[in-house]
Design a protein around this ligand. Sequence first.
Ligand SMILES: C[S@@+](CC[C@H](N)C(=O)[O-])C[C@H]1O[C@@H](n2cnc3c(N)ncnc32)[C@H](O)[C@@H]1O
Length: 271
Amino acid sequence: MPDVDYILGHSPAEIRRLKLQAGILKPITERLLREAGVAPGMRVLDLGCGAGDVALLAADMVGPNGAVVGIDRNGDALSAACSRARGAGHANVEFREGAAEDFVDPAPFDLAIGRYVLIHQADPTNFIRSAVSHVRPHGLIAFHEIAIYGECRALPPVPLWEQCWNWVATAFRSVMVHPDAAGRMTAYFHDAGLKRPTIFCETPVGAGPDSPLYGWLACTLRSVLPQLEKIGVSTAAEVDIDTLEDRLRDAASTVHSQVLGPMQVCGWTRL
Ligand SMILES: C[S@@+](CC[C@H](N)C(=O)[O-])C[C@H]1O[C@@H](n2cnc3c(N)ncnc32)[C@H](O)[C@@H]1O
């Protein structure tokens, strides 16, 4: 099956966006890792690690006697991940370049995790099967996915907020084979021969001028803008990207709106 186009790219701005996004998602991924049973001394594999945020979080949780390996197809993202691991003083984290499906490591892992990766696969079930192949008997499989379906509402309404999320979703849906992967995690685990996962869902919510959600949305739209222009949905002039974050903040704060981000679905199971 052909690969899904990765429209976010890995520009310096996109790597900054991944870090901003990771700050918003951290408590949710941390809950997933904690509830799955991550413990000091474990060996963890992070599939599609990007700039390394999940790997670094896992490294904190497994401690100096544990180890983490992050894998990604993109070398620029991995360079950022490596220097961040060095900066954080983690000697037990390493990163490898390549497709997760082709990854080979002679030693089994206690846990394999992926965040925001199933949505980017042509065949999520196959991706989960390849994750399983790296995990020891009775080890753990965990995924944290974003729902590219449903609405991201703001109340009182902020039309610009909803318009921007619709643009982002339209860009993703124009290339993704499974934009609804978050909602189908249980079925994918079943199809991959796994036990039914323990699942939970959280939704980022923000209010007031200091919320990071305006920046998250504006930066995400910036990264997918070339795709929106390519498919003729919107133009840089229409989006006015350089002022977008401020306009979102002003529009929401003026009416004391609570803005919702996309649903985050997490699932884990034991082999
Ligand atoms: C949206 S980013 C998420 C990065 C990271 N997991 C996080 O949450 O910050 C998805 C990353 O997965 C990588 N990726 C997607 N499919 C992959 C595959 N089959 N093998 C390796 N990396 C993959 C992309 O290159 C990209 O860096």
